[in-house]
Design a protein around this ligand. Structure first.
Ligand code: ADP
Length: 399
């Protein structure tokens, strides 16, 4: 018995050794666990990275990623295809070096790229990358932890939409042209009958024919509006600009409208700020007249007929760089919920359609295009029931 107890007893040295061995074993297994976790985290990170890369590589839009120094870090296969350049020629280049590449020149100009400047933020801006190949570009700043880490460019192919749009425009243009001839023939025939050139007509017949004549005029106006829109969309709307004294042009528009204003019992005035003549501006006179005509007509049409209706036209030199024209009315106003659609094609306010049947909803779309094609801006302020003011600016040529 004494012998057995003696066998089980361990010496103090041996106990310390066992403890150390135990500690080491635990530390080893903890270390292995940490290594396992790290390996797992690494594998997950690699998997995530591969997944992100696979998404970028197979994305249906071209993707280009620039780092914070505007050096291209990544370009997916579609970017190579759209820009017609191998990745090796793109990645590693600074953004302003892309200006030298023929296919990217236009894109870089849109992004206002120059050496050392940041890439401009754009949202769905269209451009023609090559003949009959249209792209839409969006550029987004990559901000991580409030720091700019680079810029992402997304290029989306819109050639198909552009071609459909072109076909539609051509269709409308051809139809409108075809409609013009018979409408003119009807106009002149009715005029002859109304003027009693081909025989006397009774007052009753005259009344009916007068109404037909006006309806035909409305149709001619609509066809002309449609033709203007198709010309805008085909990019061949403005003819060569000529020097114009704007106050003379506005005065003639206002003079032509006085009769209509009187008929509607609305006062129509024109005021020019200052005594001296305004600087000459360069305009496509006919199109600008059409625009001013439309804005003044609208101010008269969408007014409180006979109830203190007022339309005031002003012009002034805003700065050395631009003139500003204002067309102010105290009429129906534009409903707040519809104001964002005012310059879109065929838009007509819900507060006007029932009271004023005459209108195509194409005038303001055309006006915006005309003003912007001259390098100007157009906008408005309106309150329903109180009135509307349209503003437009035109640049003064700097010599
Ligand atoms: P149209 O006058 O032929 O309908 P426009 O493009 O000139 O087409 O105008 C579009 C719409 O904008 C009008 O139908 C009307 O609802 C609104 N609008 C334009 N000008 C005014 C105005 N001065 N006051 C109130 N509504 C206006």
């Amino acid at each position: 018995m004494a012998l057995e107890e003696e066998k089980k007893e361990t010496s103090p040295g041996e106990a310390t050794y066992r403890e150390t061995e135990n500690d080491l074993r635990q530390a080893r297994s903890a270390l292995l666990n940490i290594l396992d976790d790290t390996e797992m985290a690494r594998r997950i990170a690699v998997e995530e990275k591969n997944k992100t890369l696979a998404i970028i590589q197979n994305f249906s839009d071209a993707i280009l990623v620039f780092d914070e120094n505007n050096i291209l870090e990544l370009a997916n296969p579609l970017a190579e295809e759209y820009l017609d350049e191998k990745k090796e020629n793109l990645v590693g280049k600074r953004v302003d070096e892309f200006l030298a590449l023929p296919k990217t020149k236009m894109l870089m100009q849109l992004l206002e790229v120059s050496e050392g400047s940041p890439i401009k933020q754009l949202f769905r801006k269209e451009f023609m990358a090559s003949p009959n190949f249209y792209l839409e570009v969006t550029s987004v700043m990559l901000i991580i932890d409030s720091k700019l880490k680079g810029t992402l460019l997304v290029l989306h192919d819109i050639t198909r939409e552009k071609n459909i749009e072109k076909m539609k425009t051509e269709f409308v243009s051809i139809s409108a042209h075809q409609l013009r001839t018979p409408l003119s023939a009807i106009k002149w025939t009715l005029r002859m009958v109304l003027d009693q050139d081909i025989g006397a007509i009774t007052p009753e017949q005259k009344d009916i024919l007068e109404k037909s004549y006006l309806s035909n005029e409305r149709m001619i106006n609509l066809v002309n509006d449609l033709l203007n829109v198709t010309r805008i969309e085909e990019g061949r709307f403005l003819s060569k600009p000529e020097p114009v004294q704007i106050e003379e042009l506005i005065q003639s528009v206002v003079d032509n409208m006085q009769e209509e204003a009187k008929k509607r019992k609305i006062s129509l005035s024109f005021t020019k700020a200052g005594r001296s003549l305004l600087p000459i501006v360069k305009l496509d006179k006919e199109k600008m007249k059409l625009t001013l005509d439309n804005l003044v007509t609208n101010a008269l049409k969408y007014n409180n007929n006979g109830k203190n209706g007022r339309v005031e036209v002003f012009v002034k030199e805003n700065s050395e760089k631009e003139l500003q024209v204002e067309i102010k009315d105290n009429g129906l106003g534009i409903p707040e919920g519809q104001q964002s659609r005012i310059f879109t094609k065929f838009f007509r306010g819900e507060n006007v359609v029932r009271m004023e049947v005459d209108g195509s909803g194409l005038g303001l779309y055309t006006a915006k295009n005309v003003v912007e094609a001259h390098g100007g801006k157009i906008w408005f302020e309106s309150e329903e029931g109180k009135g509307t003011t349209f503003y437009l600016t035109l640049p003064i040529p700097q010599s």
